[in-house]
Write a protein that binds this ligand. Structure first.
Ligand SMILES: Cc1ncc(COP(=O)(O)O)c(C=O)c1O
Length: 386
C-alpha cells in the first residue's frame, strides 16, 4: 500500500511505503511504554553512523535542527558570515540566521551542474566568513574537494547539508563525512522518510559531545539514563535546545535505513530512464549528465531544465491536468521577501537564469514503469503543444 493511493494524483511527486514491517515497528515501540529518546534512538544512531562510515551520529528532531546545531557547534554566531547556495531550501538560510550569523548567497556552476560553484565560493569569502554550508543538490555530491581546499586555505568550517544525499558518495566517501559535520533530513519526501527527523554525523568527538549537549538543553544526563538507573541527577553546562528525536520515529528510521540502498537503486533506475527519454529532446536537458566524476548520487530529485522560451507554469498545468504532480526545487532563497535585500549584495546570474526553468518530476522507488512512462509521455506532449 502507498500513502497516496487515495489522493488526487495519478503520479504524485513522492510517496511512502506503508506496510506491516513499519506498522509493527511503530506498534511495538508504542507498546514498549518508552516513547521519548531512548534505546531505539541509540540503535538508529549506531546503525546510521555505520552506514555512513562515520565515527559519531546524533539523531535530532528534523533536518533544520541538524543544520542549526551543526552551525552552532562549529562556532557560527553574530558577526559571522556563512556561504550557502541560493538554489536551496530556505531551512539553510533560516538556520544560519538563527545562529546570529548572516547568509552569503552563492551561485551554481551551470545549468548542467546545479551545485555550488567553488569559484563563486572563493569570491564570496571575506574576513567575516566562518563556514561554508554546502548542499549536495538533488543527491549529487557537490565539488567537495575544491570547496574543502578553499575552506582550508581560509580556515573555514565546512558543514554539509546532506538532506538529499543519504547513501550518496564522492570518490568512495559517504556524503555527510566529507566536511566537519554532515546533516540529514528524514522528512516524508526524503530517501529515508520518517515523518520528521534528522541526523548529524561527524568524525570529531568533541563536536559530537557538543552536539549531544546542544540537542538536549545542555543537560549532562538524559531522562532515559535516569530511568534505567545510570544517573540520578544532571548538570546544565550550556543553553541548549530540545531537538531530540523520539522512539517511534527512530523505530521507523531503523526500518527505512534497512531499505535505503534498495530505494536509492530504484531511484537511480528511474532517473536513468528519465535521462534516456528526455535529455536533449524538445529542448529539455537533465542536469548532472556529465559523467559520474567519482560521485554516486542518491537521486533524491529528478530535475529537468526547460527551454527558456517555455512557460513553466503552463507545463505544470498541463501535467496537473494529467494528474501528474510536479514541483520546483527551489525558488532561490534570495528571491523570497525575507532574503531579498541580502540577495542583492551579490550577483547570482546562473541561479537567476535557471529559477524559471527548473522543473522537478516525480521520483521515488515505488514508481511503476507505467507511471514513469506516463510522466515522460505527458511532459513531451505538453512541451510539444506549447
Ligand atoms: C536541502 C534541505 N535542507 C534542509 C532541509 C530541512 O529538513 P527538515 O524539513 O527535516 O527540517 C530540507 C528538507 O526539507 C532540505 O531539502
Amino acid at each position: 500500500m502507498t500513502a497516496s493511493s487515495e489522493l488526487r494524483w495519478r503520479v504524485p511527486l513522492s510517496d511512502i511505503v506503508v506496510d506491516d514491517e513499519i506498522a509493527d515497528a511503530v506498534l511495538e515501540t508504542v507498546r514498549s511504554g518508552w516513547w521519548s529518546m531512548g534505546p531505539r534512538v541509540e540503535d538508529f544512531e549506531r546503525e546510521f553512523a555505520a552506514f555512513c562510515r562515520a565515527p559519531h551520529a546524533v539523531a535530532v528532531a528534523n533536518g533544520t535542527a541538524s543544520l542549526h546545531l551543526a552551525l552552532l557547534a562549529v562556532g557560527c554566531g553574530p558577526g559571522d558570515e556563512v556561504i550557502v547556495p541560493s538554489l536551496n531550501f530556505v531551512a539553510a538560510a533560516n538556520a544560519i540566521v538563527h545562529t546570529g550569523a548572516e547568509p552569503v548567497f552563492c551561485d551554481v556552476i551551470s545549468s548542467g551542474e546545479l551545485n555550488l560553484d567553488p569559484q563563486d565560493v572563493a569570491a564570496a569569502v571575506t574576513p567575516r566568513t566562518k563556514a561554508v554550508l554546502a548542499l549536495h543538490y538533488a543527491g549529487f555530491p557537490c565539488a567537495m574537494d575544491e570547496i574543502a581546499e578553499i575552506a582550508d586555505h581560509h580556515g573555514l568550517a565546512v558543514v554539509e547539508d546532506a538532506a538529499h544525499a543519504p547513501g550518496a558518495s564522492f570518490h568512495g566517501r559517504m556524503c555527510g563525512t566529507l566536511g566537519q559535520i554532515g546533516c540529514f533530513s528524514f522528512f516524508s519526501n526524503k530517501n529515508l522518510p520518517v515523518g520528521e527527523g534528522g541526523m548529524i554525523v561527524t568524525g570529531d568527538e568533541e563536536l559530537a559531545k557538543q552536539l549531544r549537549l546542544l540537542r538536549s538543553h545542555g543537560m549532562t544526563t538524559l531522562t532515559w539514563d535516569r530511568h534505567r538507573g545510570h544517573a540520578s541527577g544532571y548538570d546544565v553546562v550550556l543553553a541548549g535546545f530540545n531537538y531530540r528525536l523520539d522512539e517511534v520515529r527512530a523505530a521507523v528510521g531503523l526500518v527505512q535505513l534497512s531499505r535505503l540502498i534498495g530505494e536509492n537503486e530504484a531511484r537511480a533506475r528511474i532517473a536513468g530512464r528519465y535521462r534516456e527519454a528526455l535529455d536533449g529532446v524538445e529542448g529539455l536537458t537533465m542536469p548532472f549528465g556529465d559523467g559520474d566524476r567519482g560521485r554516486v548520487s542518491s537521486h533524491h530529485l529528478a530535475v529537468v531544465v526547460l527551454p527558456d522560451v517555455i512557460d513553466r507554469d503552463r507545463v505544470r498545468a498541463g501535467l496537473e491536468e494529467r494528474r501528474i504532480q510536479t514541483s520546483v526545487h527551489y525558488p532561490p532563497i534570495h528571491s523570497f521577501t525575507q532574503y531579498r535585500s541580502l540577495g542583492q549584495r551579490r550577483r547570482l546570474p546562473r541561479t537567476d537564469a535557471l529559477a524559471t526553468r527548473i522543473l522537478t518530476l516525480p521520483l521515488y522507488g515505488g514508481l511503476s514503469d507505467e507511471q514513469v512512462e506516463d510522466v515522460i509521455e505527458g511532459l513531451l506532449d505538453v512541451v510539444q503543444t506549447l
